[in-house]
Ligand binder design. Structure first.
Ligand code: COI
Length: 361
């Protein structure tokens, strides 16, 4: 693979950011970009000034949606080091998504280098408040100008960076979720496990309808029987029963969340009874009525750990922990963020340390 070219702007310092960053509103000054052609493979890797893309109106991605993305986070630790959380796992998922929709894979080692070089250049943008981070968004799309359904021949890969705080408008307060069966997000053997824009487009109408009823998100049920819980679209879901913490098993229609995987590992480290299995919505309702439902929380890179304060299914309002964050959710949030900010040992080697040597412009 070629060496990364640097076409850096003189603008390194971050703009003055507000106290409440929200999510996905601000972008750093530089992007990583590279191209794919059948002749040259992935080539021309460049870190350059962020600018608008110029695209042919018939760019295939715009019409047929052949695109994938990832979301990962960089943190500044208490000791001042810059780290990326579970970079290799995200790169592996990027390549899994790529295979599913006929996009050429990227060399994982090179991708890791691209991520770390870009984050290193933009290190001054990494916010340091608890719960804040630099969100990293790599994405790839089919770039041929062509009308007709087939895989594109040429592709572009970009990485943009965004300093972020809490994903939901509630901040880190519990969210209200509507389990509904008017629409489905994905079906087994479809695209549900692939991080592709189609899954997010599929969720919009249901999410808007839920938002009008003052719910933050939708809990998706399986696409065939609408009987089993799947995920929240912006996060995976965990149900805390009295003697078990259960999460839907990965069946091909659920996104294999990296935070989901990390939480399962942490719960195992704590010797807790965590299971991946089919969970029907009826079971959740029955256990709630029997007083055996301790709580519900979501996991995601953007959301980190998000407590569910209210779950509604067919009009039954299941209030959890009196609308306050659950004890386990707080403990998990604390554990994960303590790993992020280097407050405790990274015993599973989840952090990639980014060299922050100064770059010559
Ligand atoms: C993430 O958690 O990184 C995602 O991509 C979810 C998206 C809703 C921001």
């Amino acid at each position: 693979m070629e060496k990364i070219k640097f076409e850096l702007s003189e603008k390194f310092s971050p703009i003055k950011l507000p106290d409440n960053l929200g999510f996905g509103k601000f972008f750093t000054n530089h992007v990583f970009e590279m191209d794919y052609t059948p002749e040259k493979g992935w080539h021309n890797p460049t870190i350059k000034t962020l600018e608008n893309l110029i695209m042919h109106p018939a760019t295939m991605f715009l019409h047929y949606g052949q695109g994938i993305f990832e979301g990962l986070k960089a943190f500044k630790t208490d000791a001042g080091d810059v780290v990326i959380f579970r970079a290799e796992k995200h790169i592996e998922r990027l390549n899994n998504s790529a295979r599913r929709i006929c996009i050429p894979e990227v060399d994982p080692r090179f991708m890791l280098q691209a991520l770390t070089e870009l984050v290193s250049i933009e290190k001054d943008w990494i916010p340091t408040k608890h719960g804040e981070s630099l969100y990293i968004r790599p994405f790839i799309f089919g770039s041929d100008p062509f009308l007709g359904v087939k895989p594109s021949s040429n592709y572009k890969l970009l990485i943009v960076l965004s300093p972020v705080g809490a994903y939901y408008p509630e901040g880190f307060k519990p969210v209200k979720i509507l389990a509904q069966d008017d629409y489905v997000r994905a079906v087994r053997k479809g695209l549900g496990a692939c991080k592709t824009p189609a899954n997010y487009a599929a969720s919009l109408l249901a999410s808007e309808e839920a938002r009008k009823k003052e719910f933050t998100q939708v809990l998706w049920l399986d696409g065939i029987e609408q009987k089993y819980i799947e995920e929240v679209g912006t996060m995976n879901i965990f149900i805390v029963f009295k003697n078990e913490i259960a999460t839907p098993k990965l069946n091909g229609s659920i996104l294999p969340g990296v935070t989901r995987d990390s939480v399962i590992q942490i719960l195992k480290d704590w010797n807790m009874n965590v299971t991946e299995r089919l969970i029907s919505i009826d079971e959740v309702v029955t256990e709630y009525k029997a007083g055996n439902l301790v709580g519900v929380f979501g996991t995601g890179t953007a959301a980190i750990i998000s407590s569910v304060g209210l779950l509604n299914y067919k009009g039954l309002e299941m209030e959890l922990n009196h609308g306050e964050p659950g004890e386990l959710d707080l403990k998990l949030f604390e554990e994960l963020t303590s790993i992020h900010y280097g407050k405790i040992e990274d015993k599973h080697h989840w952090l990639t340390h980014v060299s922050t040597k100064e770059v010559e412009v």
